[in-house]
Design a protein around this ligand. Structure first.
Ligand SMILES: *[C@@H]1O[C@H](CO)[C@@H](O)[C@H](O)[C@H]1NC(C)=O
Ligand SMILES: *[C@@H]1O[C@H](CO)[C@@H](O)[C@H](O)[C@H]1NC(C)=O
Ligand SMILES: *[C@@H]1O[C@H](CO)[C@@H](O)[C@H](O)[C@H]1NC(C)=O
Ligand SMILES: *[C@@H]1O[C@H](CO)[C@@H](O)[C@H](O)[C@H]1NC(C)=O
Length: 236
């Protein structure tokens, strides 16, 4: 959703619900008031009542959030985890910071999480929603190791962890991800060798891990994957 649509959505939702004090309207107002909005993308919306900072807690019907490319900053409120019907979150190209709250694992319908190109940091939660199909955490400053529990995300089709500070080795458990098509690990500080278990990812189309400190050879079995089009892992 572009910024204009988001403001229209806020506005129409407000008009429709003003007289009934709809809690979703109140929550949307609160979100707007807590965003630093340098482009003025939300100026068409004139909130009247100051509200509590627990912005997302009342948005229990929300299916999709798209706030991309707005220079928004601030942290991701833990109350986001209350929006349990959420299927897609697009926050890429902003300046959000802080950790990815562990409560995110409560979003059991979440299929798309794109928070690329922000300033998120810290380790990624050991537990993420098993419904995820598309996970893009690229171009942030996440650190720590890639949890081997990544294999719990059995429906993953794309994972992009590029341009972060992930360290340690590439977990062999990636090999259990039978739906995985795109695996991007470029420009982190990963070391060790490429696990031969990757050759078990039967749907893999793209694997890249350039700009890390990996050693050894690319396991020959990876070359036999039927759909694989790109394998790239040059060192820094
Ligand atoms: C967001 O940006 C504003 C304006 O530059 C700044 O005052 C504020 O401290 C920033 N907040 C965070 C959490 O970075
Ligand atoms: C997440 O779910 C657990 C139980 O499944 C619950 O105790 C907890 O309050 C939830 N957290 C949030 C932020 O909704
Ligand atoms: C993965 O992330 C990098 C850096 O943000 C980006 O250049 C690349 O296009 C992304 N790949 C996909 C498939 O989205
Ligand atoms: C290879 O894939 C199968 C599922 O087809 C899975 O049961 C097994 O654990 C995987 N092996 C490795 C080494 O990941």
């Amino acid at each position: 959703m572009n910024p204009f649509l988001f403001s229209v959505l806020l506005f129409t939702s407000f008009l429709a619900c003003k007289s009934q004090q709809n809690p979703e309207t109140q929550a949307l107002t609160s979100i707007k008031q807590n965003l630093h909005d340098p482009l003025g993308a939300l100026t068409g919306w004139d909130p009247t009542t100051p509200l509590a900072p627990d912005q997302f807690a009342s948005l229990t019907s929300l299916r999709k959030i798209s706030l991309r490319s707005n220079f928004f900053n601030g942290t991701l409120p833990h109350s986001l985890a209350k929006c349990t019907l959420l299927r897609a979150v697009f926050l890429q190209y902003n300046s959000f910071s802080g950790n990815l709250p562990p409560e995110i694992s409560n979003l059991t319908n979440l299929q798309v999480l794109n928070i690329a190109q922000n300033r998120f940091s810290g380790e990624i939660p050991r537990s993420l929603p098993v419904s995820l199909k598309y996970l893009d955490l690229s171009s942030n400053t996440f650190s720590g190791s890639i949890p081997s529990s990544i294999s719990d995300l059995a429906q993953l089709q794309l994972i992009n962890l590029s341009y972060n500070q992930f360290s340690g080795s590439i977990p062999a458990s990636f090999g259990q991800l039978q739906s995985l098509e795109y695996l991007w690990l470029d420009y982190n500080v990963l070391e060790g060798t490429l696990p031969s278990a990757i050759a078990n990812c039967s749907s893999l189309v793209h694997f890249s891990a350039n700009g890390n400190s990996l050693g050894g050879l690319i396991p020959a079995a990876i070359g036999e994957l039927p759909k694989l089009a790109v394998v790239s892992a040059f060192r820094k």
